[in-house]
Design a protein around this ligand. Structure first.
Ligand SMILES: [Zn+2]
Length: 116
């Protein structure tokens, strides 16, 4: 699997999967539904909002000038939990909105606190 097929399919969007038979939602690509095991899988873009449920900070190698980055688990509105980079002020319990940043030529999902 290429990274482009993973979360964005090359566009700035976070893709989730849903089952047309039972209505389940999940994140990682699968050919069959993890709930009912039917192959009635559809991919669609997530709406772009969710809630942070866990946070850590990824530290660079010792001696690097890089400050590292925040990495969070977010439960998106559709239901799946995704791991994405985040703004430094995002904490568990915060409502977040999805955007994208380019890192080393690749689009990565990135969340900021929802200001609404
Ligand atoms: Zn299903």
């Amino acid at each position: 699997m290429t990274a482009a097929r993973d979360w964005t399919a090359g566009d700035p969007r976070l893709l989730v999967r849903t089952c047309r038979s039972c209505g389940a939602y999940w994140y990682l690509p699968r050919v069959a539904c993890p709930q009912c095991h039917r192959n009635t899988v559809t991919t669609l873009p997530a709406g772009g909002v969710g809630t942070c449920v866990a946070r850590t900070h990824v530290h660079p190698q010792r001696g690097s000038s890089d400050d590292g980055y925040a990495l969070v688990l977010v439960v998106v509105a559709e239901g799946p939990t995704v791991m994405v980079r985040a703004a430094d002020d995002v904490r568990p319990g915060h409502r977040v909105e999805l955007s994208f940043v380019e890192v080393d030529g690749q689009l990565l999902p990135y969340v900021r606190r929802d200001q609404v």
